[in-house]
Design a protein around this ligand. Structure first.
Ligand code: AHG
Ligand code: MN
Ligand code: MN
Ligand code: MN
Length: 334
């Protein structure tokens, strides 16, 4: 049967409103914010779906971002899509993204815009030119401080302050996964309707899974205890490896099938690669909501208070038992 034809099919907007019934004065705002994120997802998905057919979609811009990474044209397109959909929302006064050194202010929305959007416009940029899965990651926070220094120091708080978080996965279908602190829900874009339709509600991650997901090319760059963990999975029956180059797809698989995704620190990047505020923290929020865990190895990701906007953290995320197994190796090394 066709879920979108189902008389009771639930669109994203309806779902958010239902979820928000006990949410107080922020309810309408959050529902409008989620609708804007869905619109950004549709615009980006549309561009990806025809990428090879159009000029100037694929490839690099020639610029290097604040992370020291070569920027793809799609990184910039997606970054601008989020800015433009939120300019019109009136609700967001400030956006912070992987692709912008400093937060972007929308003066016409300030001070009425009471929220900040943190986002990774394209996650897994290296998959852009080879037509593999990619994502976008988002996190919504209440704007608390005045941000007098323009450095967004009021954003430097722990991940438990997120009001909502989620991702969009651009795979064979486009999916939107979100949580407002009441479970994790999957939506699938029906391109002919232009609507995200609820396909799974209250997703729970299995307590254990067979898959470990890590870039083993960094093996000799890690601390010994991570090598010991990998030697353990190599020697133990029942493990299998999967790594896509886009953490959104790796974490989506992990949510559905269980297992663990890791990005440890390396010799060159002792804090690893992944950025706390707009990559690790939103995914950790979802993972905890789904009954899983996310840690740096010593501290829960949601308890880490960053010192800078683009701060990186090591990340171990997934099924409870698998995360605990990695931790047990880390503790042995200490
Ligand atoms: P981004 O494309 O937003 O810079 O993030 C890429 C991240 C993440 O999605 C992925 O898991 C990881 O980088 C891959 O990095 P390596 O190639 O170093 O494994
Ligand atoms: Mn990048
Ligand atoms: Mn990313
Ligand atoms: Mn990115």
């Amino acid at each position: 049967t066709d879920k979108a034809l189902d008389r009771d099919c639930t669109t994203l907007s309806r779902h958010v409103l239902q979820q928000l019934q006990s949410f107080g004065p922020d309810a309408q705002d959050l529902s409008a914010l989620m609708n804007r994120i869905a619109l950004a997802g549709k615009l980006i998905a549309r561009r990806f779906s025809r990428a090879g057919l159009m000029e100037d979609v694929l490839g690099f811009t020639g610029e290097v971002n604040v992370q020291g990474e070569s920027v793809k044209k799609m990184d910039i397109y997606a970054n601008e899509v989020f800015i433009s959909v939120f300019k019109q929302s009136g609700l967001v006064c400030r956006l912070a993204s992987e692709e912008m050194e400093k937060p972007y202010y929308i003066p016409e929305n300030c001070p009425i815009g009471r929220y900040t959007l943190l986002y990774d416009p394209i996650d897994g940029s290296s998959n852009t030119d080879i037509n593999l899965s990619l994502g976008s990651i988002f996190s919504i926070r209440q704007q608390e401080g005045e941000d007098l220094d323009g450095q967004a120091s009021d954003l430097l708080s722990n991940g438990r302050k997120q009001l909502a978080a989620g991702y969009i996965l651009y795979g064979p279908s486009t999916m939107l996964v979100y949580s407002i602190g009441k479970g994790v829900h999957f939506f699938t874009l029906d391109p002919s309707l232009g609507e995200f339709i609820l396909t799974e509600e209250n997703v729970k991650i299995p307590d254990h899974g067979a898959v470990y997901s890590v870039n083993e090319g960094n093996f000799w760059q890690w601390d010994e205890q991570y090598r010991e963990y990998i030697r353990y999975v190599h020697r133990t029956e029942g493990y299998t490896a999967r790594y896509s180059g886009a953490m959104v797809s790796d974490i989506h698989r992990t949510l559905v099938q269980g297992g663990v995704f890791l990005y440890p620190g390396t010799l060159q990047k002792p804090e690893g690669k992944l950025r706390l505020l707009y990559e690790s923290a939103p995914l950790a929020f979802l993972m905890e909501q789904a009954g899983g865990r996310a840690t740096t190895g010593t501290v829960d990701i949601l308890d880490v208070v960053p010192k800078q906007l683009h701060q990186r953290t090591p990340l171990i995320i997934g099924s409870k038992e698998d995360v605990a197994k990695v931790e047990s190796f880390i503790q042995k090394g200490q």
